[in-house]
Design a protein around this ligand. Structure first.
Ligand code: COI
Length: 368
C-alpha cells in the first residue's frame, strides 16, 4: 500500500456543484435545523485500493453513491464513522473541537474493522476542504453547529468474507440543533437487561455501524417504555452500566464526586467524555472511572446519594437524565429536573466550543 503524506486541504481537488442551494434556501434550511436531516452542497471523498493506497482526494457535489449490490459493506457491515462539529463564533470565524482525537479514534476503529487507516492529515484535510467550500452552512444561532460525519466503508464487489480491497472514505456535513427533539431538557433512559451492545473482545470500543444497528431493537424497547434512550449493561455480568445507545453516561453524587464507567474495551472512548472529565477535575470534583453497578446507582437514587445523571457525546453534548426505568424500577433523577453540576459543565464546555471562554487547553482548531 502506498502512503503519500498530504498535509492540508490543498490535496483535495475541488469539483464544485453546478446547482448549489441559493443563499435564501440555505438560510431557511439552517434557521432551526433538526439533527441530521439536511446536508450541505458538497462532500469530501478519498478512495483506497489495496494496490494504490489512498488516492483521488476531492470535494464533489453531495449526492447518491453508486454502489454495486455486491459491495461488501451491504453484506458484512465493514464500516466505521466519526462525529464532530464545526462551530461559528461571534466574529464569524469557524472552529472545530479536538479533531485530532476523532482522527485517532477513526484510525483505531479502522484497525478493529480491518479497514485501512486514514492519515490524520487526510482526516483534517477533508474537514478543512469541505468547510472551505460549504462554510456558509455553519449556522450561527445558539445551540446550533455543522455536524461533520466522516465515514469509511468496504466498497469492493465481492461476497467472500475477507477485508475489502476497495474502500471509500467520505465526509458529509449537516447543520444541526440539539440531538433530542424538544431542545435541551432532561431525557428518560431505559436500562436494557435482555440485550447487550458489546462484549469483551468485540467491537464495543470501535465506532462502527454494527454497534448502532445492535442498539436499535433495545432502543425500540426504550420507546415502548416511554424513554428516549437505552442504557446498556456489561455483557459479562449484566450488572454494570456501560453506555447509552449513542453517548457516554456520568453519575453525580451528593458530595460532588462523579463516577463514570471505565474504558474497559467495550465502551466508546468519547471525546466529550474525556473533555468533561478534564474540566470536572480542574473544577475540583473528584472524578472516578470505575465499574459502576446499576444496583449502586439505584440505591443512590433512593437514598439521595446520587443527585444527577447525565449523558454526553458530540451529538448530545451534555444531556441531563431525568428518569431511569428498567425491570422493576422507575426512578426520577433530581426530581426530573436538570441539576446544577450538569448545567455548569454543559455551560463550561459549550463556552469553549462557541468561543465564549478562553481555550486554555488548545482544544479548538480554526477552520475558516
Ligand atoms: C455522536 O455523538 O457524534 C454520535 O456518533 C452519536 C450518534 C448520533 C450516533
Amino acid at each position: 500500500m502506498s502512503t503519500t503524506a498530504h498535509t492540508s486541504a490543498d490535496a483535495f481537488e475541488r469539483r464544485l456543484s453546478d446547482s448549489p442551494r441559493s443563499e435564501s434556501e440555505r438560510a431557511e434550511l439552517i434557521a432551526s435545523p433538526s439533527f441530521g436531516v439536511v446536508f450541505t452542497d458538497h462532500m469530501a471523498r478519498v478512495t483506497w485500493t489495496a494496490d494504490e493506497g489512498w488516492t483521488d482526494r476531492r470535494v464533489e457535489p453531495y449526492g447518491p453513491l453508486q454502489l454495486d449490490p455486491a459491495a461488501a459493506v451491504l453484506h458484512y457491515g465493514q464500516e466505521i464513522f466519526e462525529g464532530l462539529k464545526a462551530y461559528r463564533h461571534a466574529d464569524g470565524s469557524i472552529w472545530t473541537f479536538r479533531p485530532e482525537k476523532n482522527a485517532a479514534r477513526f484510525a483505531a476503529s479502522a484497525r478493529r474493522l480491518a479497514l485501512p487507516e486514514l492519515s490524520v492529515e487526510d482526516f483534517l484535510g477533508s474537514i478543512e476542504a469541505l468547510v472551505a467550500v460549504d462554510g456558509a452552512w455553519v449556522p450561527g444561532a445558539d445551540e446550533t453547529s455543522l455536524y461533520l460525519r466522516p465515514f469509511m466503508f468496504a466498497a469492493e464487489s465481492f461476497l467472500g468474507v475477507r477485508p475489502s480491497r476497495r474502500v471509500d472514505y467520505l465526509l458529509i456535513a449537516s447543520p444541526v440543533g440539539p440531538y433530542f427533539s424538544g431542545g435541551v431538557r432532561p431525557v428518560s433512559i431505559f436500562v436494557a437487561e435482555d440485550y447487550h451492545r458489546a462484549g469483551p473482545g468485540g467491537t464495543g470500543a470501535a465506532k462502527c455501524g454494527g454497534n448502532y444497528a445492535a442498539s436499535l431493537l433495545p432502543q425500540q424497547e426504550a420507546y415502548a417504555h416511554g424513554c428516549e434512550q437505552v442504557c446498556f449493561l456489561d455483557a459479562a455480568t449484566s450488572s454494570l452500566l456501560e453506555e447509552l445507545g449513542g453517548m457516554n453516561v456520568m453519575v453525580v453524587h451528593r458530595d460532588g464526586s462523579i463516577a463514570t464507567p471505565a474504558l474497559s474495551g467495550t465502551i466508546l472512548e468519547g471525546v466529550t467524555r474525556d473533555s468533561i472529565l478534564t474540566l470536572l477535575r480542574e473544577g475540583g470534583h473528584e472524578v472516578v472511572e470505575r465499574d459502576l453497578p446499576l444496583a449502586e446507582v439505584l440505591e443512590g437514587l433512593r437514598t439521595g446519594d446520587v443527585t444527577e445523571i447525565f449523558a454526553c457525546g458530540t451529538a448530545a453534548v451534555v444531556t441531563p437524565i431525568g428518569r431511569l426505568v428498567g425491570d422493576g424500577f422507575d426512578l426520577e433523577v433530581n426530581g426530573g429536573a436538570t441539576g446544577t453540576v450538569t448545567t455548569a459543565i454543559r455551560h463550561q464546555l459549550t463556552a469553549v466550543q462557541y468561543g465564549r471562554a478562553e481555550d486554555t487547553h488548545g482544544w479548538m482548531r480554526r477552520l475558516a
